[in-house]
Write a protein that binds this ligand. Sequence first.
Ligand code: HEM
Length: 404
Amino acid sequence: MLQTFSGDLPAHVPKELVMSFPLRLGAETWDNPFTTLIPEMHKAPRAYYAPDAWSGVAPAWVFRRADDLTEIYLDTDNFSSKDFAPFATLMGENWGVFPVEADLPMHTHYRALMQPLFTPKRVAEMNDRVRYHARYYIDQFKDGHGCEFVSAFAARFPIAVFLELFGLPIDEVEQFLAWEDDLLHNPDISSIAAATAAVKNYIMTTVDNRRKEPKDDLISALTHSTVDGRPATDDEIFGLCFNLYLGGLDTLTTNLGWQFRHLATHPEHQQYLRDNPDQIPDAVEELLRAYSAVATGRTCIKPVKIGGVQLMPGDRVVMSTTLGSTDPEVFDNPTEVRFDRKPRHLAFGSGIHNCVGLRLARRELHVAMEELLKALPPFRLAPDAKILTRLGGVIAMDSLPLVW
Ligand code: HEM
């Protein structure tokens, strides 16, 4: 939809490419956007300039082709990842969320600290505990006739795994859930700032404790780490912990929600996976593609042409994995879920910032699907279900009522 621009349109932006961004922060829908809004968005020009695409309030370029998005992900000379998360600014502080907001060369140092925590061996070692937490939550509702899946499972299970990874007490799940809700789902700025301050206080108290008494956990490892030959500062340690907190919770909740909504509304797919559990990894990969739900951002730092449009320093870009993973030029009939597609999707991004936690994320998604399909009889969407989906950085359902 063409849109008028209220400020001064930068000289390099053609008027005919000014359009609104339907997936902007603050927008919501009662439809399933993956079958309605998103296919429509692929009828728009290859790139356009949306006055509201940056956090719902500022202009940014929107690219919808996987090739263009990948080119930007890989182009660390012309694009910066700095300052796309608002949390430190809201608190009046200036720490970064690392490594996601760091550019080269600092990114390499931060990433090197995280990489060893997510090797195939480390993730395999977590397998039993991941399964334990999945079973714990499933046991709470499996003997009934239905559940509200987001709160009963999708929100709590990733927090339990996160607490395990961080060596934090499991009875903090409810507190971390409340903070996450305020950080990511509460439009009130003061609540977001208060939740950020509370998480920071909690993590930094734990950092102090681990300095005195190290344990075999992630916070101890980060607390004693060095960056470019010097000890990591407190702000850096917090930035690294906060990236894991932001990166590993809402993303999983959302993907679990969409994957189980898909199975609830496609009984033939559900039955296929019940009969062929060895196909779960391929199915999860295709569902990650079809329901890629995360968007981050980049800022242009040198003049560059991408996808036929000129970008100038200071221009922001929305990096929508949703659009990249549903590009009809790459994926034939992209709304159709085909478990044998084996797609090269953008759900986890690409380039130097691609998701460092993707092995753990896949493990959690595989275990959840294995355990839920084993424990529950065939399930479907509750007949009277009305599901609100919030758009923005993560395309997230408010609830998912399932019955069996
Ligand atoms: C299904 C679940 C997940 C999805 C869809 C997802 C998606 C993404 C995406 C798209 C990026 C790239 C951001 C960018 O380039 O701007 C990213 C980066 C990142 N993710 Fe994930 N993520 C998931 C799970 C996790 C988990 C479980 C963790 C850790 C516990 C994690 C930690 C991170 C970190 C630390 C980064 C920054 C990496 C860097 O900048 O080098 N993510 N994730």
